[in-house]
Design a protein around this ligand. Sequence first.
Ligand code: CU
Length: 350
Amino acid sequence: MKIAFFNRSRLPSCRLRWKIRIVHWVLALLLFGCSSFAFAEEIIEAKGTEAPNVPPPIQRASPAIVRINLETIEKKGTLADGVEYLFWTFGGSVPGPFFRIRAGDQVIFQLKNDEKSSLPHSIDLHAVNGPGGGAALTQVAPGETKIFRWKALNPGLFVYHCATPHIPTHIANGMYGLILVEPERGLLPVDKEYYVMQSEFYTTGGFGEKGLQAFNIDDARREEPHYVVFNGKVGSLSGENALKAKSGERVRLFVGNAGPNLTSSFHLIGEVFDRVYPEGAIGSPPETNVQSTSIPPGGSAIVEFQINAPGRYLLVDHAIFRAIDKGALGMLEATGPEASEIFRSEPKAP
Ligand SMILES: [Cu+2]
């Protein structure tokens, strides 16, 4: 006699049991997926801007994990009217993109070298606390990508540049840019912000000699450039491309000097800098009422001023032969009502 301990007919069929199991597995997978997602790092992309543009101020009140993607690209471009040069670049422009992060951020930095490049490249960011500023970790052959991670400990305005031998040649050919590490509470608000970077170019032909110019290493070693320019070429900040502001607006310039050799005597003809952070050192109190500020190669300065009267203002390296004869001249065009109590012509003696 069979004793039925349970009623088989009340249990789910084999097929149904499998269905239940599958539902359990799916639920388990979903739960695991959700919990993994909750613990995954949230990564913010830091998009660079081409000079003279600057990314907007950071609104975050706390540090974040930030990703920067940058590509090294060798490309022919214009150095002056009718003058071409084979630039080695970060991101396809000279200077390279301007990046903006916040003190305390962790940066996942990814450097790719264009597969069409003829040489390896790398990056040394002056904002990094670690050997070579990242140079040893980012030597990338053409077509290769390398990643390193660093924490932004110090606020400030920092130069970055290529650090692949022969390093001076890589810098002289255009491989540099700026990264701003904002202090935790940010910078004081202003109306306009711009990115200006000075550098020299050493060409086989003299200033203005037409055609494709090759790099002249002898002149570079003698520190005798034919070109000293803002933002990679003669006239980058002139005419249509002049910086713009209105009377009464407060303007901040993030100024870098890539050199590779010359110290800039940065000056704005027609304005006094109300505030200057020499060396891009944000942590120190700014200097006030400054006419010209010295910016060494591999250094920077933040200058701030209020435009009082409309008209044209000239950015120069006040080592003035460089401005008039070698290209270190830019323009800021200010519009707005006249401010006759500050500046006017006087038709006759009072
Ligand atoms: Cu390089």
